[in-house]
Design a protein around this ligand. Structure first.
Ligand code: AMP
Ligand code: MG
Length: 281
């Protein structure tokens, strides 16, 4: 199945998130089969990242957005494990620091966008500035409402500079969120994940859905589309996200670069060094 076609939000369309089946798993997929497939995708991602890193011409930005417990951390842990740490980094968007807060909302994002040859994953992103900021009325409507356009311009500039942008919304149901909150409570090794705000944010579910729907309608563009991935089943979420990343990277035209040196000359140097070593023996 072409998950890009299946889960992409066409530019300008208003999606109703409550109408989307968050426990979708495809017709022929099974957990067992998916595990092998995910492994293949992870391996291919690692090969493609090697080419991206070697070529140093393009870059990839993966934006992960979701409500609490939807699996942003899980996606990062499972899918990016195969990538070379030299060319990959993750940046998590928290409440802005004092320094971040005195700048424009895109400043901290721009500081962390990928340079040529790099893959960067945003765990949350500048989209929080039209989501949590809007839901909690941290700035006035006249401020956040202008941000969609600013975001589109920002992404356009990154794309013009050779960055491919992939934006995922990991979509879980309220029921699934509650059962994950329970697992966190029941499992001491997950207690650190529990946050004071988990339940107050959950109470704002409809407001968040509205804010996400508006953000998608304004910022899902042909060149930087949003994908809404059903995420109640972790294995399916990982399968769909990894497939979409691989398919996208395959189309980036990544190639090993030509040698930057005169190989004939380097071979001559090598043979000279070999002869000299022989002479010394
Ligand atoms: P977590 O992803 O669980 O580490 O939580 C990070 C928290 O920071 C979330 O509650 C976000 O909503 C919050 N956050 C991220 N960006 C912003 C922002 N621009 N303004 C206010 N809160 C933010
Ligand atoms: Mg959290």
């Amino acid at each position: 199945m072409d998950y890009r076609k299946k889960f992409v939000l066409e530019p300008g369309t208003k999606v109703r998130l409550s109408k989307i089946n968050t426990s979708f798993t495809g017709e022929h997929e099974s957990h067992d089969k998916a595990t092998q497939e995910i492994q293949r995708h992870v391996e291919r991602m690692s090969q493609l990242q090697y080419l991206l890193y070697a070529d140093r011409d393009k870059s990839l930005l993966v934006v992960l957005q979701a409500l609490d417990a939807a699996g942003k951390d899980g996606v990062i842990r499972h899918l990016f494990s195969g990538m070379n740490p030299q060319g990959t980094s993750v940046f998590g968007f928290k409440q802005p620091s004092a320094e971040e807060a005195v700048h424009d909302f895109l400043w901290r994002a721009h500081l962390h966008t990928p340079g040529k040859g790099q893959v960067v994953i945003f765990n949350r992103s500048y989209y929080e500035d039209v989501l949590v900021v809007r839901v909690h009325k941290l700035v006035e409507r006249s401020v956040w409402s202008k941000r969609y356009e600013l975001i589109n311009d920002f992404e356009k500039m990154l794309i013009a500079n050779g960055t491919t942008i992939l934006k995922f919304f990991l979509h879980i149901s309220q029921n699934e969120q509650l059962s994950r909150f329970k697992q966190r409570l029941d499992d001491p090794s997950r207690h650190w994940k529990i946050s004071e705000t988990d339940y107050s944010e959950r109470a704002l579910w409809p407001e968040y859905m509205g804010a996400y729907e508006d953000a998608f309608a304004s910022t899902s563009t042909q060149r930087a589309p949003w994908y809404v991935v059903p995420a109640d089943h972790k294995w399916f979420r990982n399968l769909a996200v990894s497939r979409i990343i691989v398919d996208t990277m395959e189309e980036m035209g990544l190639r090993l670069p030509q040698a930057r040196v005169d190989l004939a000359e380097i071979r001559r140097k090598y043979h000279r060094a070999e002869r000299e070593r022989g002479g010394r023996k």
